[in-house]
Ligand binder design. Structure first.
Ligand SMILES: Cc1cc2nc3c(=O)[nH]c(=O)nc-3n(C[C@H](O)[C@H](O)[C@H](O)COP(=O)(O)OP(=O)(O)OC[C@H]3O[C@@H](n4cnc5c(N)ncnc54)[C@H](O)[C@@H]3O)c2cc1C
Ligand code: SF4
Length: 502
């Protein structure tokens, strides 16, 4: 039917549908499309603005301001202050991510069943079937050879030389030209983010989509969720606009991310002591390799190579990640001529990362101004994995022919040469020594059969309430050790089917 953006103060905006879905990212868009295809009417309510690829900014600075949640300024406060990165735009974090598609490993469903009383192999089979569909619909394919770029090819060579398994990444992308700009949003329209796929389909099937509409809280009649309410917010000036109220005849589905969904539930006075708890992540960091010849990591897919060989033990995932010059600066030390010389090496550098399958967990609370306040500290066991990951990335660089690496670790030399790589085994176990980020987020409204230790049940329904569901990363009770979008989408498709069948 239509898309409605920012509405000025002085009017009330109201609408009604079978389902009201909060958030348009991996979880929200997928569940909305599934319900719409099944003939239900839906309303999608998204806090961010709707931008098409030609309107994505060119620079990291621009994308942080226009596409990231609060300029990427959410910080996990703990022993270290690590940024928590996600998007606030139509399409959610699928707009700024690298589009890497990995199926949920079977051991995850077994673990969820054993430890949380949900999941199991029946769920696995349904999610995998749903993931088959997502892969067809979002054109999942390996990064084409022509768009891989030297950084990705070098990583493959390094892994082969060390004898561990690795692969070319499969991504939700069609016609990738290898511009290395996934994190700024794909201006070529190659990346199949949900603002290009499921959300337009939802609208074209006659449903309403609202952008610039951050939901303040869920509206209840007794214990039954009957809608949501909030105020439009201008994406540029941030000024508040009209009040909106969207009523749900069947259910309200929250899919506002691992940090925002728990906050909406808390603001709505949902009673559950687990709300905001068990917030988890795959904290990660990168190591630069410096090569003799130009690598030009900005040429080629942003991420085109990965290895899950060490997912079980020590519990890490390795990937390439090309970053633009303005982000490289955050990792280069020095000043004056020295800094200029180091910056001039950009063309010779390749950044590869490790992300930890961490067991540590933190907490999300409602902070001032509706901003999530996150606390999290990686424990010693996870820091051991962290160091093992850094060592492996460095070894892979040297196996691929790097002349030096820039570890970027406080207290360690600016560069290390090939015969110094084992110095990394003595790298600090203190999280404060690292420039890490948290981009794969989990938990905060976790799924489980026991209301004493979880927020939603095995079908995503909030314990103790009617017609209130969670369908995003916040419901995942553990980390995965692989990239999460496909799991979130697979479960979202399953949820849509379960609701239609109910
Ligand atoms: C830089 C980066 C790279 C990544 N790369 C990959 C990758 O390659 N592969 C992969 O599998 N995963 C990747 N991820 C992770 C993946 O994108 C997320 O796990 C996934 O998008 C989370 O889905 P979600 O539905 O929980 O939340 P999101 O996709 O973040 O969607 C939540 C939406 O809810 C909206 N929202 C928030 N609050 C409100 C409110 N109050 N009212 C209305 N709307 C609200 C937000 O604006 C947002 O649009 C990456 C993440 C980042 C940050
Ligand atoms: S590498 Fe460039 S063309 Fe390919 S998906 Fe990413 S932004 Fe789009």
């Amino acid at each position: 039917m239509s898309h409605t953006a920012f509405q000025e103060k002085g009017q009330q905006v109201e609408a009604e549908a079978d389902y009201v879905i909060v958030g348009s990212g991996a979880g929200g868009a997928t569940v909305a499309a599934g319900l719409a295809r099944g003939g239900a009417s839906v309303i999608v309510v998204e806090a961010g603005a709707w931008r098409d690829p030609e309107h994505y900014p060119y620079s990291s600075h621009g994308s942080m301001g226009k596409l990231f949640d609060d300029w990427g300024s959410t910080i996990a406060m703990g022993r270290a202050f690590w940024p928590v990165i996600q998007a606030r735009t139509m399409g959610g974090t699928t707009v700024i991510n690298s589009a890497i598609c990995v199926r949920t490993p079977g051991d995850i469903f077994e673990m969820w069943e054993k430890e949380h009383g949900v999941g199991g192999m029946d769920m696995a089979k349904s999610v995998w079937m749903a993931q088959d569909e997502v892969e067809r619909e979002l054109f999942v394919q390996e990064v084409p050879e022509a768009s891989r770029g030297r950084s990705n090819n070098l990583a493959m060579q390094g892994a082969e030389a060390l004898g561990y398994e690795s692969h070319v990444i499969r991504r939700y992308a069609k016609g990738c030209v290898g511009s290395g700009q996934c994190l700024q949003g794909c201006r070529h329209g190659a990346k199949q983010s949900t603002n290009l796929n499921y959300i337009p389909e939802v609208r074209d099937r006659g449903n309403r989509v609202f952008s610039c509409a951050p939901v303040h809280k869920v509206v209840f009649e007794g214990k039954r969720a009957v809608g949501v309410t909030g105020w439009f917010q201008h994406p540029g000036t941030k000024k508040w606009g009209a009040k909106f109220t969207f009523r749900a005849k069947q259910a309200v589905i929250l899919a506002a991310s691992a940090t925002h969904t728990p906050c909406i539930l808390m603001r709505s006075k949902v009673k559950n002591k687990n709300l905001g708890r068990y917030f988890r992540a795959h904290p990660g960091t990168g190591i630069f390799g410096l090569y003799k010849d130009p690598v030009d990591m900005n040429v080629g897919a942003t991420q085109g190579w990965a290895s899950t060989h060490y997912r079980e033990s020590p519990g890490i995932k390795l990937e390439t990640l090309s970053i633009p010059p303005e982000m490289v600066v955050t990792r280069i030390r020095g000043g004056g001529k020295n800094l200029m010389r180091r910056l001039s090496e950009y063309r010779y550098g390749a950044m590869w990362i490790q992300a930890v399958r961490a067991n540590s967990h933190g907490r999300v609370r409602n902070g001032p101004g509706g901003k999530p306040f996150v606390t999290y500290t990686a424990n010693r066991e996870d820091m051991e994995k962290f160091v093992a990951g850094i060592h492996l990335v460095a070894k892979t660089h040297f196996a691929a022919g790097a002349r030096a690496i820039i570890p970027g670790i406080a207290g360690m030399p600016y560069t290390l040469g090939p015969d110094e790589v084992d110095k990394l085994l003595d790298a600090p176990r203190d999280p404060r020594a690292y420039v890490a980020i948290m981009s794969h987020l989990f938990g905060g409204a976790v799924m489980g059969s026991d209301p004493k230790s979880s927020v939603v049940d095995g079908r995503g329904k909030v314990h103790g309430y009617e017609s209130l569901y969670v369908c995003d990363a916040s419901a995942l009770p553990t980390v995965l050790g692989v990239n999460p979008q496909h799991t979130i989408m697979g479960i979202a498709k399953l949820r849509a089917q379960q609701l239609l069948d109910a």
